[in-house]
Ligand binder design. Sequence first.
Ligand SMILES: [Zn+2]
Length: 216
Amino acid sequence: MFVGHYSVAFAAAAHPKAPRLGTLFVAAQLMDLGFFTFVLTGTEHMRLTPGMTAMNNMDLYDMPLTHSLVGAGGLALVFGLIVARWLRSVIAGAIGGAVVLSHWLLDLLVHGPDLTIMGSPPKLGLGLWNHPAIEMPLEIGLLFVSAWLFARARRPANWRLAVLLAVLIALQAFNWFAPQPTQLDASQSVLGLVAYVLAALVAWWVAKDRSDVQVA
Ligand SMILES: [Zn+2]
């Protein structure tokens, strides 16, 4: 799941008290931002196992901090507290924290068994990545329905939203259709981090000229 995570950010941003869209884009991928950073620092690990799932060969065998339910809950709590304080709104903080935590639930749907509750087995994952005919339309469908909900509630400039959706679809297409890496190096993690930062920046820009953007 890649752009599907952003559907939660879009849907949450429709709430009148929500943080702005760019903040929620960071929230939706905070667990993966943490994971790829930790891969680069050697704190968490992945390896390539061809055929890991039908859709990708990333074997995410060691991510006890970022992708355990307890770890995700901790990230959600810290992020929610920062947002609540920054925007002086408990509701905005709660929405931000909930979007962080939603990542774990969506990962649970698509990942092979690599998620945990507290870092040790049992390993959880319902494996929708083995069913691309379901996973791909689901992910794109969630994205467009939620973007529509966001647009209806918050009325961003249509062309800016179109640019954001085009960027997201392009990143997703690369993720799906570029050849799977055969060798693991820092490039996969760096590429992931760049994609998440780019998406958040464009999302930030979509809401930039809005009159009802949250201010502290
Ligand atoms: Zn993840």
